[in-house]
Design a protein around this ligand. Sequence first.
Ligand code: FES
Ligand SMILES: [Fe+2]
Length: 376
Amino acid sequence: MQPIAELLKEGAAAVGRPLADARLLPSRFYTSTEIFEAEKERIFRRNWVSVGHVAEIPKPGDRFRIDVAGEPLLIVRGRDGVVRALSAVCRHRAMLLAEGAGNAGTISCPYHKWTYALDGALMAAPLMEGASPLDEAACALPSFACEVWNGFIFVNLDGRAAPLAAALAPLGEELAPWKMDELEIVGRVVFDQRYNWKVLADNFMEAYHHFAIHPETFEPNYPAAMSQADEARGPFAALRMPHKGNELSEPLFPPLPDIPDEARRGFSVFNIYPSMLLAVFVDTVTWYRMEIESAGSFRLTIYLFAHPRSLDVPDAEALKEFLREAATAVHIEDIAACEGVQKGLESRMAVPGRLSPLEAAIHQHQQWLMGELVKA
Ligand code: FES
Ligand SMILES: [Fe+2]
C-alpha cells in the first residue's frame, strides 16, 4: 500500500500538468479510504458545503437532517427566521435527534425526551431530579457556520472558511436573473449510489460523453463537440452547452423575463467546489446534492426547481411530471457509466488517463482538490 504522502505527491504531479497534457487523478483517489478520510478532514470540514435550499424549510420550526463529512446535522429555521445548522447529536447520550424532515416548535430527542429550542438551547430534561443542575452551555446543541447564498443553504463545519458570497460573486451576478432564492422544488429523486463522489462530479462537468451515453436525450440538441468550459475564475467551474446551430432551446415552462436571450441558446452546468453540481436551464434549475458516505458510496438527491411565476401555466402538473421523468432517465443513463468507471478504477490496470480539452472543468476541479488536500 502506497503511503498517503506519496500518493498526494503523485496526485499533485498528475493535475499539475497544463490542460493539453492533463491526466486524471490516480485511481486510488477514487477508491482509498485514506484519501476519503483526508477529503473529509481537509475538504468537506474546511469548506462551505451545500446542504439544502430555503424552499425546504420556509416556516419557523421546519427542519431536515443531513450528514456532512459524517457529521450529523439538523438544519432548522428558528422562530427568528434564521436558518441554523445544529448538531443532531443529543447532549444526553448521543442519540440522533431526528431523521428526515418535519416541523415542530422544539427539537425533542426520541430517546429520553430532552427538549431543545430551535436555536439549540436546552429547555427541558425530564426526570433529572437528584442530579446536580445541568450546565446550560454544555447541554445546548452546538451550531455550525451556516450561510444562505442564492437560496441555497451551506455549512462550514470548522467555522474558518472565508465568507461564501465574496468568493462566488461572479457566479452570483450571472445567476441573479433566475431569482434562485425564490425557487420552488418541483421534484426530488433520491438514488443510493455505489461509486466515488468524484466520478459523478467528473461526469457532470463534461459533455464529452453526450454522443455515447446520451445519444437521444442530449446529443441531438447539445452536441459533445460544442461544449466548452470557462477559464477558472473562482472556487467553481462552469461548462457551457450551446444548443446546436446556436438556436434558442425550447423551454418547458415560460422563463422569467430578465433571463438573457443568450442563456436560451443552451444551458450551463457548474460545480461550486467541492461538490455542488448545478445545471441551469432557461426555465428550470437542477441540483445534484451529494451526501457523501464513504470512498465508494453517497446518497444523491436530484432537486428540480422552477420559479413560481414560470409554474403559473395550466398544464404545470403534467410538465413537472415530464421533467421528473426526463431527469431520472438522463441520470439512469449516467449511472451505467459511473458504475462502470468505478469498477474500472478498482482494477490494478487503471491508469491516470489523459484528458480531452472538453474535460477542462474536471482538470480545474482536480487542481482545486489537490490544492486543498496538500494545505497544512
Ligand atoms: S439520548 Fe437524548 S434524551 Fe437521552
Ligand atoms: Fe451525462
